[in-house]
Design a protein around this ligand. Structure first.
Ligand code: OGA
Ligand code: MN
Length: 291
């Protein structure tokens, strides 16, 4: 064997190798399970492919990926711009209804038990949320996600024409009544001070695709009869959250999911608030305004 034939192999510098994305779809209209391992994901080379798949599948599931806090932050950054929550920079945020663990936002998180989009108070909502499980609930506590692109696409054409240019007033105080039917006036006013925002019922994305903008912050459809308004908000929510468009994730410690916050709604399913369920969240900054 000649020396020159061997030389290129031994002289080649160690190149970080980008794995190819491996996944299986969960349902035709929602969900994909990612099969790559932790090292392949943290390498960063799969970020663009994951973003592309996220937009199609709505939710990506990483079973037993077991990221540390720092790894979840690093992985989040492979997919876009990290959106810090609270004042503590690039870190994970504890999501729990336990007031001892979460004195500031456990109350606010009660609204997460109902179908919603994160950040309907902002013109540019966050792009995606990543949620991982430290402690699963003792019972219940699945996170369910529905695909609002697919739900729009599958509407009859006459329904699309009816709703395409409607607008909905979104107000956080609307969701207060889901879990506290008789709030004090002071509490209602406190929620009302958070603000409100009129948003399109059908989001016409730059990509050309359309998705439904609904959820428990929807107060009313602007400028139409109030009975009709309630029928639209609740009828379309019932449609968008029907079995074919919905995936419900049963958590095991170490799992992580990502939902595309621009083409889905999600909610936590009921669980015992004192059971110690502990989830860790990171977010990707929004890139596109509701339009
Ligand atoms: C959220 C959220 C759902 C859950 O973190 O935005 O809605 O299952 N979480 O905890
Ligand atoms: Mn949420």
């Amino acid at each position: 064997m000649s020396v020159t034939a061997q030389a290129p192999v031994s002289a080649a510098p160690a190149q970080p190798k980008t794995a190819t994305l491996r996944y299986e779809r969960i349902k035709p209209k929602i969900g994909a399970r990612i099969l790559n391992n932790k090292d392949e994901l943290l390498h960063g080379g799969l970020g663009d492919d994951l973003r592309e798949l996220l937009e199609i599948a709505g939710v990506l599931v990483f079973p037993a990926i077991d990221f540390t806090d720092a790894e979840q932050v690093a992985f989040t950054r492979t997919m876009g711009k990290f959106a810090p929550e609270g004042g503590d920079g690039e870190n994970v945020t504890k999501i729990t209804l336990d007031v001892k663990e979460n004195p500031n936002s456990a109350e606010y998180l009660k609204g997460s038990l109902y179908w919603h989009i994160d950040g309907t108070r902002n013109d540019v909502p966050i792009r995606a949320s990543l949620l991982s499980c430290r402690v699963p609930a003792s019972w219940g506590g699945n996170t369910s996600v529905c695909n609002t692109y697919a739900a729009y696409d599958d509407l009859p054409e006459e329904k699309k024409a009816e709703i395409d240019n409607l607008r909905v007033l979104h107000a956080p105080w609307a969701s207060l009544f889901y879990y506290e039917p008789e709030p004090s006036l002071a509490k209602l006013q406190g929620f009302q001070r958070v603000g409100e925002l009129e948003l399109p019922l059908v989001w016409k994305h730059k990509s050309g695709r359309k998705s439904l903008v609904l959820g428990c912050t929807s107060h009313h459809v602007v400028g139409i009869d109030h009975n009709k308004s309630a029928q639209l908000i609740h009828g379309l929510r019932e449609w968008a959250t029907s079995e074919q468009f919905t995936y419900s994730h049963e958590w095991k410690t170490g799992d992580l999911i990502i939902w595309d916050n621009t083409g889905t709604m999600h909610r936590a399913e009921a669980y015992d608030p004192n059971c110690g369920r502990m989830m860790l969240r990171t977010k990707l900054e929004g890139e596109e305004a509701f339009a």
